[in-house]
Design a binder for this molecule. Structure first.
Ligand SMILES: Nc1ncnc2c1ncn2[C@@H]1O[C@H](COP(=O)(O)OP(=O)(O)O)[C@@H](O)[C@H]1O
Ligand SMILES: [Mg+2]
Length: 183
């Protein structure tokens, strides 16, 4: 993949498929590293499944595109001298508190580092496809941060206006573009 933001979208799509109600994306950057964490409250994975999940042949899907998924993210992060971790609690084992946390750290100065790319369009695509699922995003940079929460957007918009409405997505895009331009 040519953009790290597509990795973020791919991992968030795992969370959507896991029937999460809330997905939190946390992106923290400094001069030399970029770290992202994606946390969900979805169905989670059993320890047995989790131990195999970074194996490129482990999927519950019947079709997949090559070059995506957890094994690829792990490889990409480690190629830059960074690291990858995943923790998960399965709903069937822990009915009260379940979900998954995926973290990846990239070393930005490494030759194999892939830039973040178009994070604004990626986030808009995610919100457009998320339906009722809430998304919280924060991007911490040395000087400032960019953030949004679909829960707050829903409160602002009131009942009956889906976040996937073109005007809402257009507003989110403008909001994020302005926030990044000021950053
Ligand atoms: N956040 C998640 N919650 C629950 N299960 C997950 C999550 N992320 C990944 N999985 C499980 O791990 C498998 C492998 O994920 P991934 O490497 O992204 O490949 P793919 O999504 O193409 O199957 C998925 O098919 C799914 O069963
Ligand atoms: Mg996937």
């Amino acid at each position: 993949m040519k953009e790290l933001s597509l990795n973020i979208l791919d991992i968030a799509q795992n969370s959507l498929r896991a029937n999460s109600t809330h997905i939190e994306i946390d992106l923290t950057e400094d001069k030399t590293s970029l770290c992202f964490t994606i946390r969900d409250d979805g169905c989670g994975m059993t320890p047995e499944f989790l131990s195999r999940v970074t194996d490129p042949f482990s999927t519950t899907r019947t079709t997949r595109s090559v070059g995506l998924g957890l094994p690829f993210l792990k490889m990409q992060a480690e190629m830059t001298g960074g690291c990858f971790s995943i923790e998960s609690k399965a709903k069937q084992i822990s009915p009260e508190l379940h979900g998954t946390v995926v973290s990846a750290t990239f070393i930005k100065t490494h030759i194999d580092f892939i830039p973040l790319g178009n994070i604004v369009d990626t986030l808009c695509a995610l919100v457009m496809g998320a339906g009722e699922v809430d998304v919280t995003f924060v991007h911490r940079m040395p000087e400032r941060e960019v953030s949004f929460s679909t829960r707050e957007m829903r409160e602002m918009l009131g009942e009956g206006i889906p976040l996937s409405a073109p005007e809402v997505i257009a507003w989110l895009r403008e909001y994020l573009l302005d926030a990044y331009a000021a950053a």
